[in-house]
Design a protein around this ligand. Structure first.
Ligand code: SF4
Ligand code: SF4
Length: 152
């Protein structure tokens, strides 16, 4: 049996088409998403600086009784983008234990993380690999895909 390495994984990913990878991936993503309870994890919220769109700021600022501009200067960092800023600190200000204090209204990017369910994952594979040591769902997805491709 081969031992996992990012290089070998990338080599295996290069051996199949984007649509083949999406077809292989989707049932694995469904299974992985159902197997983990984010409410008892919170690792991504501890180490990433999630993006906040203007819409996210407009939604969350009133929840914590702040004007949008005060909310943004207090909690967010400019990244030279008109529409998007990022959370200044890690762990995220809104993380309490393993739970998000604004969960129902969390930024769209947080709700979407770890982004495994989108088509065209072959073209994002390097950013998926970067999340391997953060999110256990990504780790399981990668190891499952890795082992399936080894058997092909
Ligand atoms: S806003 Fe909530 S879901 Fe997003 S990083 Fe912060 S704690 Fe996590
Ligand atoms: S690291 Fe993954 S499993 Fe943990 S809370 Fe974030 S998305 Fe959920």
């Amino acid at each position: 049996m081969f031992t996992y390495s990012d290089e070998l994984f990338l080599q295996l990913i290069r051996s199949i088409t984007s649509s083949e990878l999406d077809a292989l991936s989707q049932p694995i993503v469904q299974k992985v998403y159902q197997s983990y309870d984010c409410a008892s994890c919170g690792r991504c919220c501890s180490v990433l600086n999630p993006p906040f769109t203007q819409k996210d700021s407009a939604t969350i600022a009133p929840i914590i009784d702040l004007p949008i501009d005060v909310f943004e200067s207090k909690y967010l960092r400019d990244i030279g983008h008109d529409q998007i800023k990022v959370m200044q600190c890690t762990p995220c200000t809104f993380l309490e234990g393993t739970l998000c204090k604004v969960y129902e209204n969390r930024p769209a990017s947080c709700a979407d993380y770890p982004h495994l369910h989108h088509a065209g994952i072959k073209y994002r594979i390097r950013s998926v690999i970067k999340n391997k040591n953060i999110c256990p769902m990504v780790d399981e997805w990668i190891m499952t895909i890795f082992n399936r491709l080894l058997l092909k």
